[in-house]
Design a protein around this ligand. Sequence first.
Ligand code: PLP
Length: 440
Amino acid sequence: MSDATLSQPVGQTTGELMSRYVMGNYARFPIAFTRGEGTWIWDEAGRRYLDFGAGIAVCSIGHCHPAIRAALHEQGGTLIHCSNLYQNRMQAELARYIVETVVRRPGRVFFCNSGAEANDSLIKLARKFGHDTAAATGRVRYETITCTNSFHGRTLGGIAATGQEKVKKGFEPLLEGFRHVPFNDCDALRAAVGPQTAAILFEIVQGEGGIHVASPEFLRTATELREEHGILLMLDEVQCGFGRTGDWNGWETALRGAGWDYQPDAVSWAKGMGGGFAIGGIWASEEPAPGGADFRVCDILGPGTHGSTFGGTPLASAVSLAVLETLEAGGYIPRAGVLGDQIRQAALGWRQPLLRDVRGLGLLIGFVLDEEAIGAVPAFVESGQTPAVYVVNRLMAAGLLTVPAGPGVVRWLPPLTVTDEEVEQALSIMRHTLDAIASA
Ligand SMILES: Cc1ncc(COP(=O)(O)O)c(C=O)c1O
């Protein structure tokens, strides 16, 4: 940097410092937070907000939960980091918890630091599987089928897997080997499987794509294709996993009452896994790989094939374990399912003209705006914003933080520890804000 650049006057507000020193790759709301506790978060002016965004599904047991603070304190005073060159007790304990309590099927876990990195790990798993079965199939399979409207992260693998043009634009040539099919379109999924297909990857609830839930038929079709073509079933549970849908795993909620289980070969997570501390991971099954392979899915990424310096440090593992144990001990996961149903029913009962639908699973909820109705509101038209951003801004002004999911959906993903009163308060703010927008 030149002296001239360094000596330019810089304002002192957080916004001014951010725009002077931090890259402008995010469209940020003009607000900065200083403190959080439970479902509440305070801005720099000392105003408090109900946080129903929770860092986009990250703060699963609320801000600064005592269990997280205790784990940070204890593990932080014992051993923060050790390389994956060595054995790691906390990592092993967390993996055991994930295998025995969360997935409840034999398997192995790999740890990393984010959702995109976890999905890159799945993509590598699929590619390696395609190579390792080449002798038997007579070809190297390398394709992963994903869905339109999906979101799988911002790495080169993540954007290639994602079924949204806006994340890819300007980064071509993209990583090869992806086909996208419309979500829940069983015929399209069937038709997309070709000689190069190694795996299918999708979200049980498309979060960024507008809160769309996978249908049992889609899951059934994917299962049939696995058997017919010997391909891996992979799930991205980065946003909807670890209890948010009302079960440990999104696929369990999606199939509740269906009388059969979905059996993915591999799953990715991040977000709520660390309750705010960066950690991600994948689980891979101990079952033989599909297509009659003579090796197990969990052995595909063998020694030297994959890694991450920070993956599953003692500190990250201790915090994640504390988060998962808190979720279970508090009964928060089934409660998320019950609360989600109550919220959806309450909001649908408003018959609010701006609200077309309320969808989702558990505490991953999408308030679908009626874009035509809101398009008739002069203040909205003048704002130049998408309907979702406009409503999110109005809710923020009223003291409720929410997150847009695409242009027309307002998303709620509160901590799973949210109280009944906080839900009542948020519903009241939501209802009054929509009424105020509609009657302006
Ligand atoms: C379903 C899904 N997958 C992957 C990601 C990427 O996660 P990260 O931002 O931790 O890389 C996200 C983030 O929103 C997500 O919702």
